[in-house]
Ligand binder design. Sequence first.
Ligand SMILES: NC(=O)c1ccc[n+]([C@@H]2O[C@H](COP(=O)([O-])OP(=O)(O)OC[C@H]3O[C@@H](n4cnc5c(N)ncnc54)[C@H](OP(=O)(O)O)[C@@H]3O)[C@@H](O)[C@H]2O)c1
Length: 322
Amino acid sequence: MKAIVCNDFGPIKDIKYMDVENPEIDDESILISVRSVGVNFPDGLLVQGKYQLKPETPFIPGMEVSGEIIELGSKVVDFKIGDRVAGLSRLSGYAEKASVKFSSVFKIPDSMSFDDSCALLCAYGTSHYALKQRGQLKKDETLVVLGASGSTGIAAIQIGKIMGAKVIAVASNAEKQKIAKDSGADLAIGYDNLKENLKKISNGNGIDVIFDPVGGDTFDTIARTMARKGRLLVIGFASGSIPKLAVNLALVKEFSVVGVFWGAFTRAEPDEYKLNMIELFDWYQKGFLKPLIEESHPLSKAAAVLEKILARGAKGKIILTP
Ligand SMILES: NC(=O)c1ccc[n+]([C@@H]2O[C@H](COP(=O)([O-])OP(=O)(O)OC[C@H]3O[C@@H](n4cnc5c(N)ncnc54)[C@H](OP(=O)(O)O)[C@@H]3O)[C@@H](O)[C@H]2O)c1
């Protein structure tokens, strides 16, 4: 089969589209004929050796796929050949066929496209877990979403609205702010004068929950806008810079800095993770969630797509099709 292979950690352009052996499945795995591969920011970090996970090379990157089941391990229950499914794995997704543990495979309803089902995994899964379990977001609270036109950002806006928050999106230009507004944000603003603007918007009370997938210098600014008992959610560092916090700010304002690592959650709390996915699929079927699929490209274009995402070029979700 064809797949994208990372032979050595290094520049993204060095990943190769090539022939590899078909994957084997163990007793608890499902072989999926892949129709859509979700591209995620961490995939680009992974192939460069800049991610917390450093697999042995060579490896096939890619954590989320959807397609039809073509083979089942002997201990797999509740699935059959031909089922439309979406699956999450740590690696191996950028390929025509992928083997995924059945505990991380979800049947997808007929009304859900393969592309949308990919978006609901890492992007929506992360934002949902962040706002629900980690951020304990409550109705009528103020939620600020940074990186708001990115894939986790759009998911956080839509989920924040479902949870009843007032959602303020922050994005770097007018086009991205419009995307955030169209995704349901009550307000979309830029990064200029952020502290003053957030103070004004919250009537001087500060922000209850901030969703930050960007990091960098903005982190210090937003840490100074928190409400008492607020929760500052650390999602990622798309800016490429891991900020430091003057912890006196947390003391004075009595806010919490809360780490979010969705991948760890899926492994450590599989039952809770499944319930979260059921809730997301239910919201999707009710029409509350609308993933923004920006583009779809052939699998062979993986390097160009990853370079675009890591160069601040993503708006919503990008899909690769084998
Ligand atoms: N903690 C977890 O469990 C988890 C799960 C998934 C992803 N993540 C992390 O979350 C971050 C965002 O992921 P995502 O899927 O939302 O990515 P994305 O779709 O590429 O969006 C990232 C956003 O960050 C902003 N940004 C600011 N500076 C940037 C820069 N130098 N390069 C690229 N983007 C920049 C961009 O918006 P503006 O131009 O408007 O600033 C962009 O829209 C990544 O660091 C990823 O690794 C964490």
